[in-house]
Design a protein. Structure first.
Length: 276
């Protein structure tokens, strides 16, 4: 595994996501930071992609079901070269721009599915994985979902169908940070015992530290070797991971940093991790 490269990549993604929220004056930094390490491993060390040919039929697919976390995905696509040189100004969430507040397929190169209406990622991913099986394609489909959106009933319809069709080319990564926009999962009546719920449908279950790059890579490799059932990787994450003042602070679910907070964030990332 390219451990050092992945760490640097994850740090750069956090900074770029924070920058686009700051410059755009809107966005969701906490949810984006929560999955930065997952996105970094997928795009830097796992997924089969071709930035020069975003619509390559044999590419691996990624659905960001928790679409409000899109700044981290946009940052990854930019850094991987989907837009040529790195984007200077994303103009996040501005009308008619490429980088909307939720991913839009067809508007933004590298986005495999429009998302944002929570709960739809797993059933759509199930359809993609089933299509690959029917067409004898070997691409994999990855879905990143939040633990809060598991409250949606359509999630479990997708989970049931995926298990029925033995879609071992489907991997779901659950960002299990314990928060959603309205508060903690406990406060809002969210899903608990996530592992056993997926397992009850016949899914392979892996449970990892969602910020441990080696653990993420190992789990993804194990899921790729799984036969006869889809895999759910429950990732214990910290909302806002990477900046001490943001971590587990749900005020940062949707919040724009001040100039001072933005500058402090750059200093924290450089001091505690890697030079950008």
């Amino acid at each position: 595994m390219k451990t050092e490269e992945v760490k640097k990549f994850a740090d750069k993604l956090r900074y770029e996501a924070y920058r686009m929220v700051y410059e755009g004056g809107d966005g969701h930094p906490g949810p984006a930071f929560s999955i930065a390490d997952i996105i970094a491993v997928l795009y830097e060390d796992v997924m089969k992609i071709d930035p020069e040919n975003p619509d390559w039929l044999d590419r691996d697919r990624l659905i960001l079901s928790k679409g409000h976390a899109c700044p981290i995905l946009y940052a990854a696509l930019s850094e991987k070269g989907y837009y040529g040189e790195s984007v200077e100004h994303f103009n996040l969430r501005k009308l008619h721009t490429t980088f909307q507040g939720h991913p839009v397929m067809g508007k933004t190169p590298g986005i495999d599915m429009t998302s944002g209406s929570l709960g739809n990622g797993i059933p759509i991913g199930t359809g993609m994985a089933l299509a690959a099986k029917l067409q004898n394609k070997d691409y994999r489909t990855y879905v990143i979902t939040g633990d809060g959106e598991l409250q949606e009933g359509v999630v479990w319809e997708g989970v049931m169908i995926a298990a029925h069709h033995q879609l071992d080319n489907l991997t779901v990564l659950v960002d299990h940070n314990g928060w959603q926009s309205g508060g903690s999962l406990k406060e809002t009546g969210g899903v608990d015992e996530i592992d056993s719920k997926f397992a009850s449908f016949g899914w392979k279950i892996l449970h990892i530290d969602g910020h441990d790059h080696a653990a993420i890579k190992a789990a993804l490799m194990e899921s790729a070797g799984q036969k006869g059932s889809p895999t759910a990787i429950i990732c214990d994450c910290v909302k806002g991971k990477g900046l001490s003042f943001m971590e587990n602070n749900n005020d940062w679910h949707k919040k724009v940093p001040t100039k001072e907070q933005f500058e402090a964030a750059r200093g924290l990332i450089e001091e505690e991790k890697h030079e950008l």
